[in-house]
Design a protein around this ligand. Sequence first.
Ligand code: GTP
Ligand code: MG
Length: 311
Amino acid sequence: VTDVDAAVERLLQGNRRALGRILTQIENDTPSGRRALSQLYPRSGNAHTIGLTGSAGSGKSTLTGALAREFRRRGKTLGIVAIDPTSPFSQGALLGDRIRMHDLTSDQHVFLRSMATRGNLGGLAPSTAGVVTALDAFGKDVVLVETVGAGQDEVEVAAMADTTVVVLTPGAGDDVQAMKAGIMEIADVLVVNKCDLPNADLFARQLAAIIDAAPGERKTPIIRTASALNEGIGELCAALDEHRAYIEQSGVRESHRREQARHQVLALARQRLIDRLVVTHGKDGRIDELVERVASRALDPHSAADELISE
Ligand SMILES: Nc1nc2c(ncn2[C@@H]2O[C@H](COP(=O)(O)OP(=O)(O)OP(=O)(O)O)[C@@H](O)[C@H]2O)c(=O)[nH]1
Ligand SMILES: [Mg+2]
């Protein structure tokens, strides 16, 4: 039995330090991390994973904290993953300092992890799915993932969570009309946060009109909250529970998980292939050579990519 296997064993027995160590391995995508994941993956799939996304400053962190407290009141154990676009904060520092979540960080039934995206375009750290898997296998009832709202990441969140919450605020450049397409499609629950601000009612009504006009059997619920004032959090919790029940009963969860699996496998395979190309043809100068020819218009980018792959 290797050290990793022993750590996985301790994790499964509820050891938080083992969990913390394994999360670090997973985040750094080490061989140990991958070995741990292969053992944890079959033990996961029981948690309700909830992704929160929305534009910067919409109140995602405040909302995550308020939601976490509400779930705790309801007796649920929690994993919280906070993804910060740039800073490699150590565990808990991001939420702990900024949002004063000390009551949560000191709670044995809450495990908080902050991660950096490390420049990943998706707005999610590349290892987020693995971190969620570990928290899930650890036995957390609910795993909340707060991401940065950078456009593309919404899709990534939806590809990972059972329930995707899109957080909007009145009068913060969240133009109702402009948002229709992408965000509406992935939102399982819409939150209008900062409802203590003016125009919140108008904003929520405009949103409702769009939802009502949209096709589909399930109308996306719109929950009004003021996370800083702890208003509407019970309603949000109820909407999340309701969504979970809906996906379980309707079979949506199964099909969603199949899509998620496909997305993950293909994303990882793509990354591996690219890595392999870069390792072999980065060293032998083949990439530089092709790039040079493309830059000087001797070769077009499509043909260059074809050449690179065919080798
Ligand atoms: N008026 C009002 N302000 C709020 C509310 N919720 C959060 N805020 C404020 O909005 C600001 C941003 O809150 P955060 O929770 O950090 O928002 P965020 O979406 O996590 O921000 P980033 O992670 O930086 O994108 C803070 O100053 C909060 O105090 C609310 O319900 N009403
Ligand atoms: Mg935040």
